[in-house]
Design a protein around this ligand. Structure first.
Ligand code: FES
Ligand SMILES: [Fe+2]
Length: 350
């Protein structure tokens, strides 16, 4: 009887963490913080694709640097900002707002002689977030939100949340329709209506677009806020998924009222993500009403998180054939993965 030596057995599902899509993520803008969390003259530290990022606001503008001091690698973000300079907490080396080293307190005669800089990244603000690109020529622009300036919408920005999975897995969960009756039973769906109807998915201006009408349970306070008495209601869901990690969902209720959910998932590492979001509504006039909507979203997230974090491997397998898709129900997932892999191929031609 012949046997195969163990080291020749190839498991097709062995995770390759440094996978193609992960490397391709460097070519996009990702959020590292909310704008509101970066005050004038203050610094915060974030993480993106395994790198530590320092964000500072100076004269109103945000700037981003690698959060690693050129002296001995401490995090300058733990230091202080004074006279337009970033001071490292360890030995007080100071860098100006271009990232250039300007002062070495232990050897002042070297000031201006010793040349060194913090690595600087492209950085901009959009939709209430600070976006960073680790490459000089990112693909596309950070996506905005159509309803952001709509005076009838009230917005709430909850704290960001971290999940122990890759950012594409997190994003796919958001647009996975067939999990609603199971993971969110009786709040976003019911098991007797698990069937997913045909819907179109198309590319438009750097985004995947799709729309879907769901018959959903109309629960307690939602009824009150919306002024809709029916126990179920048909909700029109309009989606715009901007590659690689942003999703805008506008839900329109039968009376024309709108609820908007904007979520961006940033890859902090191959199997970790940080998620930033805003919720908006034109039928929640008080802070208390918005808090109710937020509570609902937290319930949904708490139901999703353990299931999504259980997906293995945590990152998307590099081959489309590694997982199975069913027509219609997984159309969005498949369209998203195909596009990601297509882009990854563009950045890494064979
Ligand atoms: S490590 Fe930053 S000053 Fe020494
Ligand atoms: Fe979910």
């Amino acid at each position: 009887m012949s046997t195969t030596p163990l080291d020749e057995v190839v498991d097709p599902f062995v995770p390759e963490r440094d996978s193609t899509w992960y490397r391709a993520m460097r070519h996009f803008w990702h959020p590292v913080a909310y704008s509101r969390d970066v005050a004038e003259g203050a610094m915060i530290s974030g993480r993106l694709l395994g790198e530590r990022i320092l964000v500072v606001r100076h004269e109103g503008e945000v700037r981003a640097f690698m959060d690693v001091c050129r002296h001995k690698g401490a995090a300058p973000s733990l230091g202080w900002v004074e006279s337009g300079c970033i001071h490292c907490p360890y030995h007080g080396w100071a860098y100006n707002m271009d990232g250039s080293l300007v002062s070495i307190p232990s050897r002042p005669e070297l000031n201006g002689v010793l040349q060194a800089s913090l690595l600087r990244y492209l950085c901009q603000e959009r939709a209430g977030m600070v976006w960073v690109s680790l490459t000089g020529q990112p693909w596309g622009d950070p996506p905005g939100i159509d309803e952001w300036d709509d005076p009838t919408m009230r917005w709430l920005t909850p704290d960001h949340y971290d999940w122990a999975t890759s950012s594409p897995r997190r994003l796919e969960n958001f647009v996975d329709f067939s999990h609603f009756p199971f993971v969110h039973e009786n709040i976003l769906g019911t098991r007797d209506k698990a069937h997913i109807d045909q819907h179109d998915v198309w590319r438009e201006d750097g985004a995947l677009r799709f729309e879907k009408v769901f018959v959903e349970p109309n629960v307690d306070r939602m009824k009150e806020l919306l002024g809709i008495e029916d126990v179920t209601m048909a909700v029109r869901n309009w989606y715009r998924l901007t590659v690689p990690g942003s999703i805008e969902l506008v839900r329109t209720f039968p009376n024309g009222r709108r609820y908007a959910l904007y979520m961006v998932t940033a890859p902090t590492g191959p199997a970790t993500c940080r998620n930033f979001w805003h919720i908006g509504a034109d039928f929640a006039p008080t802070d208390d009403d918005m808090d109710f909507l937020l509570e609902f979203e937290h319930l949904v997230l708490a139901q999703d998180q353990p299931v999504v974090e259980s997906q293995w491997p945590e990152h998307l397998p590099d081959r489309l054939s590694a997982e199975m898709y069913v027509k219609v129900a997984d159309d969005v997932t498949l369209a998203y993965r195909k596009w990601l892999f297509e882009l990854a191929g563009e950045f890494e031609p064979n």
